[in-house]
Write a protein that binds this ligand. Structure first.
Ligand SMILES: [Zn+2]
Length: 275
């Protein structure tokens, strides 16, 4: 699933390549990708719309159209991706929605499992949109201080890894980066959130920022099926320490990496480095 660094990578490419472009035509092959809009309404509202700017909240991508009058909100869920290029160059194996642009290039929303969602919201209503309103702070926002993280953790008796995945608490981390972050700061994923000391929370805060920035520099992680706007893989999988390395030696201490289950999801850790 695209997490914060993958969505940020796509956003930066859209800024560079699509900003100022006008949508000439829209094709909807799989209507259920649209939250509750009919394909006809979706097409009508987007035909002639101009991409003004792009932003991100957690794993949500916001395409601001017509100087912010309209926002196209995209959540990629498990296998969603955006591809951009000449019509002949784009893989159309799982294309669900296509946008024809005024430079005769195509922006395609591809999604093998069809679980992603696209919504259109009036610009002035975007802050009240329920899925965005309920998000916790984004770790790359200026508000995300060690003190804020400490307050979030103090209020919970849940295990720290579970809390990091809860988008209502912190928006943007998923299973790959939560495992990598906890390894980086040496915190055991099953530790109770409220039991972390201010020093441990400080270390966790530093590791969240360090791993996310490293992953953005690497243009995301393609251990599953993630590709960027040009169809290229990211490189963070080469830098990971624990995720999907069960039974392999820890790069730091040589102990074997192990896998545990938390909320039906796999967590990877080094039992010696993470206490
Ligand atoms: Zn280790």
């Amino acid at each position: 699933m695209p997490e914060l660094p993958e969505v940020e990578t796509i956003l930066r490419q859209l800024e560079r390549l699509i900003k100022g472009r006008k949508i000439k035509e829209v094709q909807v092959a799989v209507p259920r990708i649209l939250y509750h809009l009919s394909p006809a309404d979706f097409k009508k509202r987007l035909r002639g719309a101009v991409f003004t700017s792009f932003s991100r909240r957690g794993k949500f991508l916001l395409c601001h159209m017509n100087e912010g009058e309209l926002v196209m909100l995209i959540h990629f869920r498990m296998t969603g991706s955006l591809l951009y290029g000449t019509p002949s160059a784009i893989s159309k194996a799982h294309t669900r929605i296509s946008f024809w642009l005024d430079n005769d290039k195509l922006l395609c929303y591809n999604d093998m499992r069809k679980l992603g969602k696209i919504e259109l919201i009036k610009g002035e209503l975007v802050d009240n949109f329920h899925e965005l309103k309920s998000l916790g702070p984004d770790p790359l926002s200026p508000d995300f201080s060690p003190q804020l993280l400490y307050n979030i953790l103090q209020g919970s008796r849940r295990q720290v890894k579970e809390l990091l995945l809860d988008q209502h608490k912190i928006a943007g981390l998923g299973n790959i980066y939560a495992s990598e972050v906890l390894f980086d700061c040496g915190i055991h994923p099953q530790k109770k959130a409220h039991s972390l000391s201010p020093e441990e929370v400080g270390g966790l805060h530093r590791s969240i920022l360090k791993i996310l920035h490293l992953a953005i520099e690497s243009r995301g992680c393609s251990i599953a099926n993630y590709v960027d706007l040009a169809g290229e893989s990211g490189a963070f999988q080469e830098l990971r320490n624990v995720y999907q390395r069960e039974g392999e030696p820890c790069y730091r201490c040589g102990e074997l990496i192990c896998r545990i289950k938390q909320q039906q999801r796999s967590t990877y850790l080094c039992p010696r480095c993470q206490q």
